[in-house]
Design a protein around this ligand. Structure first.
Ligand SMILES: Cc1ncc(COP(=O)(O)O)c(C=O)c1O
Length: 368
């Protein structure tokens, strides 16, 4: 079985018809002052937009952005030590999940994930016509983790095209270290890609280690600006992978999926890393306080390397009951829809989670 979707292998294309003005300017080595070729509404006055959001917003809104996202990729390259050609920017990690499926799989191809993990992968895989096969979590007191051995065995048995792993995991919060990830990659079939969803990377203890930007053969690492950087509404994320893999993704990418505003916002937050660092530090401190408080009350809270904690309850009925009672009090926590993890509640460690009384329905249930 080839590593990429069969229909992409027997020809060079498809070729992006609109690489964009910025890419052309770079190729020519000069600015093109008169932009008469791409039918944008560059003369729209935007009085209303400018009044609401400011002139710069209106300016960004009028023109297509840089399809190659060079400004964001340069900053990431500098921060992570990742070569520029191993970075691809797209409209969030979700968009990248869909893109990887599009480039690596065709209808009927087998893909593997843990039963109850971030469900968007399975949703997109089904929509793409893939055959999803799921393995159980390692689920025991103090532990809620994707089972890497089971994923590898299933991938070999099914001769899978793709294995999806969220690391740190959602909803469990578990972090597998780099050695475990590389051992998983080595245990997969030769043509199987490991799709490593690192949406919560910035909250892991070793987020700034040199390996954070490493390019691992056979692995596509996904990151997002939605979590630690607070840009979920703008839709932007990136992939780290071998240039050959990114070239395949680029052949089927929606070239203007990332807005000019999202690119500018990501550049701005990357230019101010201390703000993100301080914020992440605060989130981690809150996470540890909340976990300790709930553990003191007898709750089972496995370690988390994310911006949330998972609470393992006795069974799905108890979790559903607490979930409903919290909602009655006006507080929404997350209960995974997958029946395999129906006994889990996931709580974002925002300041509100630590407010007195906020989680009383959970705390009362733990006391009973
Ligand atoms: C594991 C995981 N991957 C991807 C996403 C989505 O990220 P984005 O907003 O960049 O699409 C989330 C958001 O909850 C997530 O938990």
């Amino acid at each position: 079985m080839p590593r990429y979707a069969r229909h992409l292998l027997d020809r060079q294309g498809p070729t992006n018809p609109f690489p964009g003005l910025k890419a052309l300017e770079r190729r020519l080595g000069r600015h093109i002052p008169h932009r008469l070729g791409s039918n944008e509404g560059l003369d729209m006055p935007h009085r209303a937009l400018a009044a609401r959001f400011g002139d710069e917003f209106a300016e960004l809104a009028r023109a297509y952005g840089d399809a190659e996202a060079l400004g964001v990729r340069r900053r990431l390259s500098e921060a992570l030590g990742t070569p520029l050609e191993s970075l691809l920017v797209d409209a969030g990690a979700d968009s990248l999940l869909a893109l990887v499926l599009r480039a690596t799989c065709g209808p009927g191809d087998p893909v593997i994930a843990s039963a109850g993990t971030y469900p968007t992968f399975g949703y997109f895989a089904a929509g793409h016509g893939c055959r999803l096969s799921e393995t159980a979590y390692r689920d025991a007191p103090g532990l809620l983790a994707p089972d890497l051995q089971a994923l590898a065995e299933r991938a070999s048995r099914e001769n899978a095209q793709l294995v999806y792993l969220a690391n740190p995991d959602n909803p469990g919060g578990h972090l597998h270290d780099d050695a475990a990830i590389l051992a998983l990659r080595d245990a997969l079939p030769e043509t199987c890609t490991l799709l490593l969803d690192e949406a919560y990377h910035d909250f892991r203890r070793d987020a700034e280690s040199p390996a954070a930007g490493a390019v691992w053969p056979g692995v596509i690492r996904l990151r997002t600006f939605s979590k630690a950087h607070g840009l979920a509404g703008l839709r932007i994320g990136y992939a780290i992978a071998e240039p050959e893999a990114l070239a395949m993704l680029n052949r089927v990418r929606i070239h203007y999926a990332v807005s000019s505003l999202a690119l500018a916002a990501a550049e701005t937050v990357l230019d101010h890393p201390d703000e993100t660092r301080d914020h992440v530090g605060m989130v981690i401190a809150r996470r540890e306080r909340l976990a300790a408080r709930l553990r003191d009350l007898g709750s089972d809270v496995p370690p988390s390397d994310t911006n949330f904690i998972a609470v393992r309850l006795a069974d799905a009925d108890q979790a559903a009951d607490i979930h409903r009672r919290l909602l009655d009090d006006g507080t929404l926590v997350h209960r995974p829809a997958h029946p395999a993890l129906g006994h889990v509640l996931r709580i974002s460690t925002l300041a509100a989670a630590l407010e007195p009384g906020r989680l009383d329905a959970l705390i009362d249930a733990l006391g009973n």
